[in-house]
Design a protein. Sequence first.
Length: 129
Amino acid sequence: MRLIRIILLSLFVTAVFSAVASLRDPRIVPLTAAAQPPQAPPTIASVADREISSIEPQILDADEAVPEEKFNFSPEDLNIRGSDNKGAIRAQAVFLAAPWLLLIVALLAGYIPGGRATKVHPIVSLREG
């Protein structure tokens, strides 16, 4: 009986505090007034679109603030005394080719021993080993 009294008293106190809080803060809406049809959960596309739309004006403002005549260049347009600018393009080619070369070497490093291992019968190797 005492447990029921404690539960009822705590529910009553909670209801009183909720009522007082809703009277003081107009942003708090009672559950009956807040009953609205459930909204569909946002999709990945809608979330990405909202994020891009919020950042896009900042990027466009920064782009318009940069003078085009000062920052419109490419490595081919760069004039360095005593240089023929072939190194910049070669460096880009190396940065593009190096990961592919590492990938090919890694695949071959696994494929060659794997091919040899498929030719050995496991029971024979266990008996001999």
